[in-house]
Ligand binder design. Sequence first.
Ligand SMILES: CC(C)(COP(=O)(O)OP(=O)(O)OC[C@H]1O[C@@H](n2cnc3c(N)ncnc32)[C@H](O)[C@@H]1OP(=O)(O)O)[C@@H](O)C(=O)NCCC(=O)NCCS
Length: 163
Amino acid sequence: MTLSIRPLTPDDEPFLWEMLFQAIHVPDGHPPLSREVLNLPELARYVRGWGREGDCGFLAAAGKPIGEPVGAVWLRVLGGEDRGFGYVAEDTPELSIALLPEFRDRGIGTQLLSRLFAAPCGDTPVSLSVSTDNPAVRLYRRFGFEVVGESGDSLTMLRSANS
Ligand SMILES: CC(C)(COP(=O)(O)OP(=O)(O)OC[C@H]1O[C@@H](n2cnc3c(N)ncnc32)[C@H](O)[C@@H]1OP(=O)(O)O)[C@@H](O)C(=O)NCCC(=O)NCCS
């Protein structure tokens, strides 16, 4: 598989809505969610109006020559009344990441995170929220995220800046 990774642009917002849907963790044995959930303000705030100041992320595409989008990682500062699930501070961006189901567990998420944290915009404290039973917790720990809070069945994790 040929994989390419490039920065997200405002034109990628439709794909980010799909990725936001894919990022919602559905525990084993639970029925699939309706896409209507994306209308919930607490979810929509992660993507709506993508491309505003502070937004930063990368898109993975598979195939040649340009490839079809298969996954993305993105950072957005969600403060004030727009606090996200992984809020730790007003100026700390929250990380979201997802791949289309058929592209998971093949190292692409690792490549996306490596690219993000090698970029200038990734050299900042970054937080996230993840379900306690989501296997992604292991991936986040490998990238230096540590648990800084727990609420119900969710963990808040924080990664320090690189330098
Ligand atoms: C999380 C995700 C982006 C990781 O990308 P990936 O390419 O699958 O990950 P890699 O192959 O680079 O690394 C493997 C690690 O990813 C995680 N992972 C693998 N499959 C996963 C899945 N279906 N769901 C969640 N995490 C998964 C595990 O931590 C795994 O580490 P392990 O081998 O020690 O168990 C991807 O699996 C995904 O889209 N999962 C569903 C959406 C999601 O849970 N997003 C995070 C919400 S907080």
